[in-house]
Design a protein. Structure first.
Length: 338
């Protein structure tokens, strides 16, 4: 299938689409002191293991979203009032790459003005970073970059990124530059068994050598998981959690570095979630307001939340429907038409 770009939907205050409820944009509160901030869904890479099927080579996506900055900030303000804690972390993670957000520096700067946020972190593969942008993000108040480096080998890193132009030598220079900046660096490879096993020790050595992790752990190795709508490299079988943690412990002993991480390593703790206005299996009247993220989906609105209707291909935008809520976890809502 040829790789293409998809239409971008601008989620603005005028769109009347709430920024809570959808996995692909807005704000996600999973009942801790961390708010996940998702200003964009776009990605420029097409990693062959991507759990969110992002990038130009996506098979399942039909729409990308960009959220208006002021609208995002007003939702964050509302959520922070409910969370009522001054030990919050803003984690800009997204289902793509946050650096595709045109106002990423402004966003970080505005987040740093909220007294509730003590930490502002960002998850990226780094291809859109450069020294000037790193300086600007540091100046704006970014505390940590979680930088995904999945292989140091040139050919393998290209293969894993699904992108011919991916240049690992540039990413290495960027990692070195971050490690010398006021921003903390955490290197976060995805361990894809059978593909980058030999790279994991090299990445650990590299993280130690450049002095990653001054305030937080230097590495956050992630386990590859096969997701229903994610990309699955052929012949790759996910490791069991048992094997994954055993392997990390063996590497910890060998390299004398912390690899098995706990929420407390990042000062993450439980904090009551904002109210969840639906019950699972409830039938709800909702207004269909826009295209859904994945093919066949539409987004709808009820009770100040956005709901994804998964089987709404033929439902026109602007109509009102009754749909059954089938998922309510963490204020992310999925509904089905019956
Ligand atoms: S893994 Fe991250 S960088 Fe790679 S395609 Fe997915 S969202 Fe983009």
């Amino acid at each position: 299938m040829p790789c293409t770009n998809r239409p971008i939907y601008n989620v603005t205050q005028d769109s009347e689409i709430p920024l809570i409820g959808c996995i692909s944009f807005g704000v996600i509160d999973r009942g801790t002191n961390v708010l996940q901030i998702r200003p964009t869904s776009i990605c420029v890479l097409s990693c062959i293991f991507c759990s969110t099927d992002a990038g130009p080579c996506s098979r399942w996506r039909q729409t990308e979203y960009i959220v208006e900055l002021d609208y995002l900030l007003s939702t964050i303000r509302t959520v922070l009032k409910i969370k009522n804690s001054n030990k919050m972390e803003a984690h800009i993670d997204t289902v793509g790459d946050p650096l595709t957000y045109p106002k990423i520096v402004d966003l970080v700067h505005k987040l740093s003005e909220f007294p509730e946020f003590k930490v502002i972190s960002l998850q990226t593969h780094g291809v859109l970073l450069n020294d000037k942008l790193i300086d600007e993000l540091a100046e704006a108040g970014l505390s940590r970059i979680n930088l995904s480096i999945d292989a140091l080998d040139e050919n393998l890193s290209k293969k894993l990124s699904g992108t011919e132009t991916y240049d690992i030598s540039r990413i290495i220079s960027i990692a070195e530059y971050i490690s010398l900046s006021p921003i903390d660096l955490l290197i976060a490879p995805v361990w894809v068994p059978g593909l980058n096993d030999h790279e994991i020790p090299r990445i650990i050595r590299f993280a130690k050598q450049i002095g990653a992790g001054k305030h937080w752990p230097p590495l956050g190795i992630q386990k590859y998981e096969a997701h229903k709508f994610g990309r699955k490299p052929p012949k790759v079988k996910p490791m069991t959690w048992y094997k994954f943690y055993n392997s990390l412990r063996a590497l910890e002993r060998k390299f004398k570095v912390k690899l098995v991480l706990k929420p407390s390593d990042f000062n993450i703790f439980k904090l009551p979630s904002i109210p969840i206005p639906f019950k699972r299996f409830e039938k709800v009247k909702m207004k269909v307001v826009g295209p859904g993220w994945l093919k066949g989906e539409k987004i709808a609105v009820a009770r100040n939340r956005t709901i994804t209707i998964v089987n709404a291909e033929n439902i026109p935008i602007g109509t009102t429907v009754y749909a059954r809520i089938i998922r309510v976890k963490h204020n992310i809502f999925i509904a089905k038409l019956e």
